[in-house]
Design a protein around this ligand. Sequence first.
Ligand code: FRU
Length: 480
Amino acid sequence: PASSVMPRPKFHLTPRRNWMNDPNGLVYHDGLWHAYFQFNPEGADWGNMSWGHATSPDLLRWTEHPVALQCRDGEQIFSGSVVVGRQPGAEQLTAFYTSAYDSGRQAQSRATSTDGGYVWEFHASNPVLDRGTTDFRDPKVFQYIDDSGDAHWVLVAVEAADRQVLVYVSTDLCEWEHASTFGPLDAGMDDAENIVWECPDLIRLCVDGDPDDMRWVLLLSTNPVGEEADPVGSSMSYIVGQFDGRTFTPEVDFLTRLDCGRDFYAGVTFDNAPDRDAIMLGWMSNWRYATVVPTTPWRGAMSLPRRLSLRAIGGDVRLAQEPYGFVPTWLAAATPVTVLGGEGPLELPSSSNAVFELQWDPSSTGSLRLQFQGEGHGNVSVLYDVEKSELRVTRAGPDSERIHPDFPSVSTVPLSAEGPAKLLASLDGPLLEVFVNDGLAAVSNLVPLGTGPVRTTVDSDARGPITVKAVDARAVDKVG
Ligand code: FRU
């Protein structure tokens, strides 16, 4: 039935047609954001993996270009990264990707572009890093600058099934030296052997904006595999530590969930972003059911761009993520309206493409529920539960069950108690992203709300003001 088809989002990157998974080679260059991505030029299922390509001046309006790195006889092009050459006169773009050979072997290869990222040439002596193994993939390259200003290149890649991140260093992007290996981290995990690590990224951030308190954060995507695999499926985590240019030393011995929803995976950051900000895109799907997501003629979407930062919260250093670019711009231009809770559901302007920001004082208004209802039987709610001190995002009902037995879900996130509460919810067709208390928690889910109008309501426990900003993004060109 038509109502179970998911419509195309309006302010997120999707391929015109065919299959897309991980973001690859994210790079800001010459005033343009380039996103490459795992892409099947032949159809809407995973296969013939190649790098698709799109560019945007503002991370909102994307233009898709011809395939950048095309799979070849006996070799698929798996995930990787792009860096901007930083020596004067050598500002070309270099891509590192995984050559996934039909033999099963996986190794890292290199390609360069001298026209700003459109036409790429494979390196004659590929692969450039080969261990003769079958799960060595997802190279992310970045420039490391030490305290004395000396710079070198660092490449991190996974041995996926060993749950290890391998660190390599280079001064010329050609010769790579193995510097260290991180992982596995299996303490307290019974099923660690049924998990693979994928798509690492290693980024430098300061804590609470303090340039004298720098940490490094390892981003990792983890996917349960095998017959006994956890039905929750793939998700992203992070670990905070230090990095000396060769070795990552974590501050704790466990991974923390980065996004507590079901549909945020393979997120990595842009090279060369303005102000050296860490801007991330993730793939909004889950390997558990990615191949049956009901969209056509495209399949796969990127998340909103998110800016990563670190905050010290009660002795811990936590990763925060907030929408970056057009969403904060839209919200800054929206007029806040104050409403009183506690008098039955309050209707927000209806739209299946909208951004809402809600602010209230939990000590007077209490818990708050944001509910989205499509025309079918999709039931999606976001509950900020003050009593249980947790956020619960639920997608339930027959429309969810029809997609896949493991699609219905309840995602819970612990909340820190003090202060005013803030929810930012972005709904763009089938893509729901919820950010709690300035990005201290995020929940990203595909939601089956159908192709018709979506009714949005807010419910709260008690009398107390709620400040609401609503941005209708149906006509994206007219917003902001
Ligand atoms: C992650 C991943 C990567 C791999 C790519 C293949 O989603 O499995 O490890 O490079 O997808 O498409």
